[in-house]
Ligand binder design. Structure first.
Ligand code: ATP
Length: 516
């Protein structure tokens, strides 16, 4: 069986071969951690955005959207803390000349300990009947030792990160004898802070005042517009503001395809609540967001909550929704209780009053904020890697016995149906198929395809995740019926052409998953 590493490589090359994701400016050998979306990629990405946008703004009466500019007044980033503190700790290996994030090296070490624990548990589970994993973990001396060690390192890392203690991060790397994965040496530089914001210049004015930053998150565009939105749309607290847009981070180590990019897209929602109620809302939003992931077909076993070990200075609770990517469980979405930090900071630095008068309480206050923030590209990778399936078919019904199929939820699939005349050089068939295509194209993203044998055409549609293939054959010409093939079950049913639109609409509709 292929390893997860091999599967990941296959997903990356599949994404390129079938027009989902290309390396940016590839003819110049690409640009590190920047990617372009191809014809099917853009469709899938747009569908994911629509799913998120509708789930936020259409489903919730009290959430509205905005689309703020990427450039913002430089003081925004001073107020938000990004100029002073949006840093990652980095160090170089002097032999390989490779650059790393100190926290990630230590996290990698912790992961290895966790792997050892899992291996011990797996081994023991095979040895004993009626095996109780929890009991084993709390009594087996070796596992207990591993757990203590993992906990100690996690805690020390969290403290060092919270206190910006670069010296201790370096000591940890030395003490744990962490070596460079490339050179194998422990010949490290000191650890230093690196600011992740990209900067540029406004007009032709020189100096500090004209430095502009490419936004590293979309959230600040929402905070600075809080009063504009609240007043213009007459929103009453609790209410939310949603936004989808580009964000930029000069990541120190950008690996793992579109998981960590330097230019990416975020889907963020800030929910404004009365002070004191934020933790209740925080719990509520955790559940709502998890359901959103389940509804698109991502199973509970691939998603989990991971509480933050070190809270940012402005947060009083923070959790990640992690997804099991081919390279392990990693952050897909963050849910943060951000207190009144951002609005207060903007009020201080701008000198403008940013408060809300609560008619029910008859008082003014600065609202507290719950934020849900998901990377669109990471969601794309989650959907793609979950959908990617290599299959050997037992009952091939005349098709090849192996296939690669993207089992995407029909509501997000780039192409909803393909219309295929059984053979290409029979004009009656192609004309009929084209006629069906013309009727359906106003309702769905469809494809007409008459190249190659029918089996190969099915494979092409499987590879891009098209949930339905409609075949037009000779009988169609007399009985006005077509065969519709289900991508996942391969079941073929004959239905009248007049019922096609309704049949497909029901299957690919987003309404049902939104209602969930
Ligand atoms: P990480 O710890 O992985 O760097 P983060 O905690 O810095 O992520 P947030 O600032 O909480 O991330 O951003 C919210 C979301 O934006 C993340 O959950 C992720 O989905 C997405 N995101 C952040 N950085 C990147 C990136 N470089 N490339 C792609 N998506 C990203």
């Amino acid at each position: 069986m292929a390893s997860q590493d091999e599967i990941f490589k296959k997903i990356v090359s599949h994404a390129k071969e079938y027009g989902f994701v290309f390396p940016s400016s590839e003819i110049y050998d690409g640009l590190s951690a920047v990617y372009d979306y191809g014809p099917y990629g853009v469709e899938l990405k747009n569908n994911l955005k629509t799913y998120w946008w509708k789930a936020m703004t259409q489903v919730h009466e009290n959430i509205v959207g905005i689309d703020a500019a990427i450039f913002m007044h430089p003081k925004t980033w001073k107020a938000s803390g990004h100029v002073d503190a949006f840093n990652d700790p980095m160090l170089d290996n002097k032999d390989s000349k490779k650059r790393y994030r100190a926290d990630q090296l230590i996290e990698g070490y912790i992961e290895k300990i966790e792997d050892k624990i899992n291996k011990e548990v797996e081994k023991a589970s095979k040895r004993f009947e009626n095996f109780d994993a929890e009991m084993f973990k709390s009594t087996n001396p070796r596992v207990v030792e591993y757990q203590v060690k993992s906990k100690e390192i996690t805690q020390r890392l969290a403290n060092a990160m919270t206190n910006n203690d670069m010296v201790d991060l370096k000591s940890m790397i030395d003490e744990l004898e962490i070596a460079c994965p490339e050179s194998g040496s422990r010949n490290w530089t000191e650890v230093r802070q690196f600011n992740l914001m990209f900067s540029t210049q406004l007009g032709n004015i020189a100096g500090e005042e004209s430095i502009l930053y490419l936004r590293p998150e979309t959230a600040q565009g929402i905070f600075v517009n809080f009063l504009n939105v609240q007043k213009s749309s007459r929103m009453k607290i609790p209410f939310g503001i949603a936004q989808i847009g580009k964000a930029f981070r000069n990541e120190i180590v950008a690996r793992q395809f579109i998981f960590r990019m330097r230019e990416f897209e975020q889907m963020e929602m800030q929910f404004f609540v009365p002070p004191g109620t934020e933790l209740e809302w925080y719990e509520r939003w955790k559940q709502i967001r998890l359901k959103w992931h389940h509804a698109i077909g991502h199973p509970a076993s691939k998603l989990r909550f991971h509480d933050h070990d070190n809270l940012a200075h402005y947060a009083n609770a923070a959790v990640d929704i992690q997804f099991e990517f081919p390279f392990g469980f990693r952050e897909l979405e963050g849910i943060h209780s951000r207190t009144d930090f951002d609005l207060s900071q903007h009020a201080n630095l701008s000198g403008k009053k940013i408060t809300y008068f609560d008619p029910e309480k008859n008082e003014s206050y600065i609202p507290y904020v719950i934020e849900t923030s998901i990377g669109c590209d990471r969601m794309f990778l989650a959907a793609l890697s979950h959908a990617y399936t290599e299959e050997t078919l037992s009952d091939t019904k005349g098709e090849d016995s192996t296939r690669v199929v993207l089992k995407l939820h029909p509501a997000i699939a780039p192409v909803k149906c393909a219309i295929l005349p059984l053979v290409k050089n029979k004009e009656e068939l192609t004309t009929k198929a084209r006629q069906i295509f013309k009727e359906l194209k106003f309702s769905f993203n469809c494809q007409y395809d008459d190249k190659d044998a029918i089996g190969r055409r099915y494979r092409r549609q499987d590879a891009i995740g098209t949930p339905y293939c409609i075949t037009v054959d000779f009988e169609t010409l007399t009985d006005e019926m077509v065969t519709i093939r289900d991508r996942d079950t391969l079941e073929q049913v004959r239905i009248p052409i007049s019922g096609l639109k309704e049949y497909i609409a029901e299957k690919v509709s987003m309404d049902k998953i939104l209602a969930e």
